[in-house]
Design a binder for this molecule. Structure first.
Ligand SMILES: [Zn+2]
Length: 398
């Protein structure tokens, strides 16, 4: 019952051969390649001595038959379209190897973390926060296909949906690729995740007057596009005063109407979001955004209206799990690890509503992810597995 990083790497390679796309994979949730990988995982779980099943939303769950206290470990097995071979799979195969190494670990591949069908439908279902109505309403974001008949088509209709029993677990662990360049730039090999950032997303709608670009004088016109540009410029100058060192903010979308070369824009719609690990910092950033919109309305002829689209709370890692990861990392690669927040969101953020959670990052070469060239050095993958294993042992013994 010893840990085998060779077996772990061999399983990562095996999953890379299901839905291969160039040097990556293409396994969108509930497509044929994705279902093949889920059935592959069931067989691998059974071979590891776990009681394995796929539930009614596609979660693949391997229950450890022995006594507790147990850990829950996992990630996701589907991918973005034409994407990388490690995003998600790393944490699932890592969890499986923990069980094979004899630790009391339940392994889960949470369905559709990559959001082909919605927003964390697998992990939300597992913690009891996905209703039947949510499933009825869910559509594929690329094809518009309905989820309910799709579940039936892949043989999951009528299966019960697993519900997490928080009392069964001491905590939940997830190993993942960093999907950024911080570790690589610092020549470090392990990231111990202190928490997953919260995200607040807003829409700013600016109303002007659509008009002829030749006949309308500059004094007369109310150009919603110009107001949008000036508002965003002001926002980018003011935001650093409100933000913290690791805060990020993004104008992901600017849409002009009618967006025609010879027509003054009558309407501009901006989608603006920001992320941080601290609610207090995000409160300051939101106050800054509101003040900038107010200032724009004082100065501009085109009124701007701010509305919230969504907000998610930051999820802090459990201090004891962080301590276990740090202890294992320092023992296995002294000085070559750092504590860091996760700027990307993961299933652990959902599980944190019910369990103590912690995450481990390994470096992404060039920071690339959600693309088929995504990769990590094999020695870093193996080290990640060893640190995950060491941390699980430490946390269980704590
Ligand atoms: Zn992922």
């Amino acid at each position: 019952m010893a840990l085998s990083t060779d077996r772990f790497l061999a399983d990562l390679d095996a999953l890379r051969r299901i839905g291969t796309y160039k040097s990556g994979v293409h396994r969108p949730t509930f497509g044929p390649e994705d279902m093949e990988s889920r059935h592959w995982l069931v067989a691998a779980m059974q071979a590891a001595g776990l009681e394995a099943s796929i539930d009614g939303i596609g979660n693949v769950f391997g229950r450890h038959p022995g006594p507790g206290p147990h850990l829950l470990a996992g990630s996701h097995i589907e991918t973005q379209n034409q994407a990388g071979w490690l995003d998600g799979v790393l944490g699932v195969v890592g969890a499986l190897e923990l069980a094979r190494a004899g630790l009391p670990v339940d392994v889960c591949a949470y369905a559709d973390e990559e959001a082909h069908w919605g927003d964390f439908i697998g992990s939300r279902s597992l913690i009891g926060e996905l209703s039947e109505e949510d499933i009825d309403a869910a559509r594929n974001r690329y094809t518009g296909a309905a989820l309910r008949p799709t579940l039936e088509a892949v043989g999951l209709a009528g299966r019960p949906r697993l519900l997490l029993d928080p009392a069964r677990y001491k905590g939940a662990l997830e190993m993942h690729i960093e999907q950024g360049t911080q570790l690589e730039n610092a020549a470090l090999r392990i990231g111990v995740v202190t928490g997953i950032v919260g995200i607040r997303q807003f829409r700013i709608v600016i109303t002007g007057q659509q008009d002829h670009t030749g006949g309308t004088t500059m004094r007369e016109r109310r150009d919603a596009g110009l107001t949008a540009v000036r508002l965003l410029g002001l926002l980018d100058r003011e935001m650093p005063r409100a933000a913290a060192e690791r805060s990020v903010w993004t104008t992901g979308r600017i849409a002009l109407e009618p967006n025609a070369p010879m027509i003054i824009p009558g309407r501009a719609e901006i989608v603006f979001s920001f992320r941080d690990l601290s609610e207090a910092v995000m409160d300051r950033m939101e106050a800054c955004l509101r003040a900038v919109v107010q200032e724009s309305n004082r100065q501009e002829r085109c009124p701007a209206v701010l509305e919230e689209i969504s907000r998610s709370a930051p999820a802090l890692s459990d201090p004891a799990i962080v301590g276990a990861f740090q202890g294992a990392a320092e023992a296995l690669c002294p000085g070559a690890w750092q504590a860091m927040p996760s700027g990307a969101i993961h299933d652990s953020q959902i599980l944190a509503r019910k369990l103590p959670v912690g995450m481990l990052f390994v470096p992404s070469i060039g920071g690339i992810s959600h693309h088929w060239t995504e990769d990590t050095r094999r020695e870093d993958l193996a080290l990640g597995m060893e640190v995950l294993h060491g941390a699980a042992q430490r946390f269980l013994a704590a």
